[in-house]
Design a protein around this ligand. Structure first.
Ligand code: B12
Ligand code: SF4
Length: 519
């Protein structure tokens, strides 16, 4: 029995998603586990290689012998593609004996998926590392896979979910990701060093996924295991850039978590690996010493869930940080010369023009001129997504906020917004999207890095200035004539960006408006 694991090309959700550097880490980990259990596996990485539905189906059918076919379902966007691939495949002729799905979206939407995709036999929920290998073995040997924990399937016309969830407690016991299907020229990979988070943010899907009763809410690999994997990839394959996918790399302020982070830095430096890596963490967990140590070991970018400049909102989402902690963290990251990525959501239930103004001003005061990745326009249009079943979803329900299932994403809910905000947002986001399009063009320019950074900062300033300017204009016009605002909202420079058709024009434009200052 072979397993074929497929990651399909997906369309982005509101935010631009570049094609990933490599195949899904989840599939690489499942592949490694099934190989350890004695099964061969093949990863069809349609997403990062840009394969069409037809090419994907062709590749699947070219694998010989009895097979179990698995699709990664990270978001709803791949569902119609999975449907198309399955329509093209004659499962019987291809000797595919079982089709399964797994991943974030699959975990919370088993009923929808099993009802819509008739050729799918099962949905594997939550972290299924060991259970996936057990499914492959059950299908190969013909024993009852429906007894496996956390598996959903159709029975008597209904969707049934088997009891239990098995989570790996000790991540060092998991086999290392199978990277044999990565393109040989890959210079950037995803890597996981921990799972879960001790936070209690009411909107967070990650903790609904990774934190289960009876399990520590943050599980981690040892520093030695992490650095051994990196050392192997750096020395044998020359890979220089590592995107650490952990929700919370630092894991908290307790001794063992901090010790691990320092130890990872020590080992990276001692091994002289000369790599770069990015992390996500909470603002209240960083300090200057740790940041400097990690930076010296190669840390180049941090994603901080700042979310807002309003203490009331931070309290309401149970962020567990204050505005002061957040601003101190931003300052430390800037001073350390590390690139900053912000989780920020000015648009949320209850947003008003005044709250937007306060949020934009927060960005103006604390991140203008910072080395941001991605650019500021994404923070200026950030939105709180309400996931079905999250504490935020229940809280809004209790408050009687009107919510509606989002047809596109399915497990997210839209909430009523004030009409002024809806109008403002529509116009301002259009302008911000134009800026993002210009930023994408600049990212592809063959120019020195420092020049690219200067351009990026100029666009960030532009995004901020336009948003603040538009908001002020909207305040002036909204009561009188909203259509006048829509017509006049264009910041002159943004108007120019939208007319830009060539890269040379972008260069000229930004030069005329000056490179930005900043750190
Ligand atoms: C890295 C990442 C990406 C990368 C993926 C690169 C790649 N080649 O895989 C990029 C940037 C491309 C990306 C894109 C998107 N992402 Co993303 N991403 C992540 C992130 C940070 C890590 C995922 C990861 O690798 N985890 C490590 C692996 C080992 O864990 P895992 O994926 O959970 O896999 C386990 C199980 O889920 C299961 N499993 C997973 N796949 C499969 C498949 C089968 C067959 C089986 C049986 C089991 C199984 O087994 C694995 C082992 O236990 C997560 C957040 C997080 N910290 O987890 C968000 C996250 C998964 N992404 C999310 C979203 C929304 C998106 C986008 C829609 C964003 C966009 N703007 O377009 C797209 C959709 C992509 C798609 N194909 O559908 C959401 C999903 C929310 C939801 N759907 O309910 C998350 C949770 C972030 C968030 N909190 O909002 N993403
Ligand atoms: S800090 Fe991040 S990962 Fe942790 S609970 Fe909050 S949103 Fe989720």
């Amino acid at each position: 029995m072979k397993c074929i694991l497929v990651d399909l090309l997906s369309a982005p959700l509101g935010l631009p998603t570049r094609r990933p550097a490599t195949a899904s880490l989840a599939l690489q980990m499942l592949s490694a586990y099934s190989q350890r259990s004695g099964f061969q596996s093949v990863i069809v990485d349609a997403y990062s290689s840009g394969l069409s539905v037809e090419e994907t189906a062709k590749k699947i059918s070219s694998v010989k012998g009895p097979k179990l076919l698995g699709f990664a379902v990270m978001s709803s966007h791949v569902v119609s593609r999975i449907e198309s691939v399955l329509t093209l495949l004659d499962l019987h002729a291809c000797d595919i004996q079982h089709v399964t799905l797994g991943g974030y979206f699959a975990t919370f939407n088993q009923d929808f998926l099993l009802q819509r995709l008739g050729k799918v036999n099962s949905v594997m929920r939550f972290e299924v590392d060991q259970v996936f290998a057990q499914l492959v073995s059950a299908v190969a040997e013909g024993y009852d896979w429906k007894e496996l924990p956390g598996i959903a399937y159709r029975e008597d016309g209904k969707v049934t979910v088997s009891a239990g969830i098995t989570y790996p407690r000790n991540l060092d016991e998991l086999p290392l990701a199978d990277r044999s299907f990565e393109r040989p020229d890959t210079n950037e990979v995803y890597i996981q060093t921990s799972r879960g988070c001790y936070g209690k943010c009411t909107f967070c899907l990650n903790i609904m996924f990774s934190n289960q009763e009876g399990m520590p809410n943050w599980r981690f690999r040892s520093a030695e295991s992490v650095v051994d994997e990196i050392a192997h990839l750096a020395k044998d394959r020359g890979i220089r850039k590592y995107n650490i996918v952990d929700e919370n790399f630092l894991g908290g302020r307790q001794k063992d978590a901090r010790w691990r982070a320092h130890r990872i830095a020590d080992l990276l430096i001692k091994n002289n690996l000369n790599i770069k890596f990015s992390i996500s963490c909470r603002a209240n967990d960083i300090d200057s010493d740790l940041l400097a140590h990690l930076r010296d070991a190669g840390l180049f970018s941090i994603l901080l869930g700042i979310e807002s400049g309003s203490s009331g909102f931070l309290r309401s989402i149970k962020k567990g940080t204050t505005v002061d902690t957040n601003t101190a963290a931003i300052k430390m990251v800037r001073e350390a010369g590390i690139s900053l990525s912000l989780g920020f959501m000015p648009y949320r239930p209850g947003t008003t023009l005044d709250s937007l103004d306060a949020e934009f001003r927060f960005l103006d005061s604390h991140v203008r001129g910072a080395r941001l990745s991605p650019g500021l326009s994404q923070q200026l249009r950030g939105q709180l997504w309400v996931y079905e079943g999250s504490p935020e979803y229940h809280a809004l329900n209790q408050k009687g906020v009107r919510m509606q299932r989002d047809a596109n994403t399915r497990n997210m809910f839209r909430y009523a917004e004030c009409s002024d905000v809806v109008t403002f947002r529509k116009v301002n986001n259009t302008l911000l999207e134009m800026i993002e399009a210009a930023a994408t063009e600049i990212a592809n320019l063959q120019i020195p890095h420092t020049r690219r950074m200067a351009y990026q900062r100029a666009l960030d300033d532009l995004a901020l200035d336009s948003s603040l300017g538009n908001l002020a204009a909207f305040h002036r016009h909204s009561k009188m004539d909203q259509s006048a605002f829509i017509k006049h909202a264009r910041h002159p420079l943004v108007g120019e960006v939208s007319d830009v058709h060539s890269l040379a024009q972008i260069e000229n434009l930004l030069e005329r408006h000056g490179d930005s200052n900043g750190d």
